[in-house]
Write a protein that binds this ligand. Structure first.
Ligand SMILES: [Zn+2]
Ligand SMILES: [Zn+2]
Ligand SMILES: [Zn+2]
Length: 140
């Protein structure tokens, strides 16, 4: 069996897999994607367990693909949802939540601007006020 959704504990007794076959209408080539699995195992303490796995498509930020799309982080190239995409307060480039460096006196900064010296600190502070509430809201 090649479609392994998750590493399994215990001893699998039976696996029921549901796969999606995607077929390219032009080339005729197809690929199979596991979407759902039901795995019956005997747990180490002897109970028969059934585990359902479902595969769901997510963005680079691990939010569902149907979340409002934000864009691509210019630093790590992850495609993230709108809630996870920030504009660097110094260079205005889009940066994902993972790459954002938030400082006390400035808003979200990209790794490059966070590492730069403080020549543009005044500009950052002004913009930081604008972005401050936005950042707090996202962290709820
Ligand atoms: Zn990033
Ligand atoms: Zn997200
Ligand atoms: Zn920047």
């Amino acid at each position: 069996m090649t479609h392994n959704l998750e590493p399994q504990d215990g001893h699998p007794l039976r696996r029921v897999l549901r796969v999606l076959v995607r077929r390219d209408a032009r080339t005729g080539r197809s690929e199979t994607v596991p979407v759902e699995a039901e795995i019956h195992t005997l747990s180490p303490d002897g109970s028969p367990d059934t585990v359902h796995y479902r595969t769901t498509q997510v963005l680079g930020c691990l939010h569902p693909v149907d979340a409002p799309f934000g864009g691509r982080c210019f630093d790590c190239c992850a495609e993230v949802c709108r809630a996870c995409l920030f504009a660097c307060t110094a260079c205005r480039k889009p940066v994902c939540a993972e790459c954002t460096r938030t400082t006390a006196d400035a808003g979200p900064l990209c790794p490059r601007c966070a590492g730069a010296d403080g020549r543009r600190r005044t500009a950052r502070r002004v913009l930081g006020i604008v972005f401050g509430p936005f950042v707090e809201k996202r962290e709820e």
